[in-house]
Write a protein that binds this ligand. Structure first.
Ligand SMILES: [Mg+2]
Length: 326
């Protein structure tokens, strides 16, 4: 152990140091309390051997300073004193000491006490490492329960929770909220012709594309299920949502993922349904999802490879009256 020995009598300090070093401990020596405190902060010893009567502050003072400074940490403190009244022992323990030995102390007693403290220290370190392992395992579980394994996006459950939260927030702020549901066109044919592994890769590709277009921290993309994805875009009006959808389609087109069995062409395409509203008291996650689903249905029945906005009654391939074609 790395032991901080605080003792103002040089002869005694030397003798104890010799014993400790003989038994393989590393010793830091201090003559007075304030010097000991500096060494404590600099060296973080495993244990303190602490005299009570010192030239400046006493050992009780030093023990209190250390207990206050170390917070959740614990460094064993053993008092070594010639004051042998019960009340002295009481004061030492009350100040934060873990044991109290009366000088002169035999080598055997000192060794035994150090061994016992070492055991406590080891046990404490083990507990801390188990607690840390548990904390990490919990964090991992929490992450897993909120995310989709394949794509790493939020899963349906956390997406629904987020949608509830964003509806409430938009209701308070009066800002428009956009929900988009989209899915990969003819994904079954993709899977059937390319195999499920390629199908998984395709979904991962779409997921990372969605993640990359959700540039604001408040935007959330999720895997809603199968080849279906959801996007929550807070503070996004219907025109902004349409611009977003067009940009998304453009990026997908640029990536040119082959879909050899698509009736729409040779590339992977997606269709999406957009709904935008300023939520009122009647708006629920369910009602928004139904509207987005209805819009998605319209995008598909209009020929797929497009996004349809329910509020604009317009798909991303059409241009609104007075709106420039992108
Ligand atoms: Mg002394």
């Amino acid at each position: 152990m790395r032991v901080l020995l605080v003792e103002d009598q040089a002869a005694l300090r030397g003798a104890v140091t010799q014993v400790l070093e003989h038994h393989g401990h590393q010793v830091f020596q201090a003559e007075h309390a304030t010097q000991a405190l500096d060494i404590f902060h600099a060296e973080h010893p495993d244990l303190l051997l602490l005299d009570v009567v010192l030239p400046d502050q006493d050992g009780y003072w030093l023990a209190r300073q250390i207990r206050e400074a170390e917070g959740a940490q614990w460094t064993p403190i053993i008092f070594l004193s010639s004051m042998d009244h019960d009340v002295d022992l009481w004061q030492g323990i009350e100040a934060g000491g873990d044991d109290y030995l009366i000088k002169p102390v035999s080598e055997m007693v000192l060794r035994s006490k150090l061994l016992a403290m070492q055991r406590l220290l080891d046990m404490r370190r083990q507990l801390i490492s188990v607690a840390e392992e548990l904390r990490r395992a919990n964090e991992h579980l929490r992450h897993q329960s909120a995310h989709d394994d394949l794509t790493g996006l939020a899963n349906r459950r956390s997406f629904n929770a987020e949608l509830h939260a964003q509806i409430a927030a938009a209701r308070r702020s009066g800002e428009p909220l956009t929900l988009i549901l989209c899915d990969v066109d003819h994904f079954k044919r993709y899977n059937d012709s390319q195999g499920h592994l390629e199908g998984d890769r395709c979904l991962q590709h779409i997921a990372s594309l969605l993640k990359s277009v959700c540039r604001r921290p408040c935007d959330q993309a999720a895997r809603y299920g199968g080849e279906e994805f959801g996007l929550i875009l807070p503070n996004t009006p219907k025109s902004g949502a349409m611009t977003f959808a067009r940009a998304l389609q453009q990026m997908l087109n640029q990536q040119a993922l082959p879909h050899p069995d698509s009736p729409l062409g040779s590339l992977v395409t997606i269709s999406g349904g957009i709904t935008t509203c300023v939520p009122d008291a009647e708006t629920t996650a369910q009602s928004l999802l139904m509207r987005a689903d209805e819009a998605l249905y319209r995008a598909k029945s209009n020929g797929r490879n497009r996004f349809f906005s329910l509020e604009m009654q317009l798909d991303s391939l059409q241009s609104a009256p007075g709106m420039a074609t992108i």
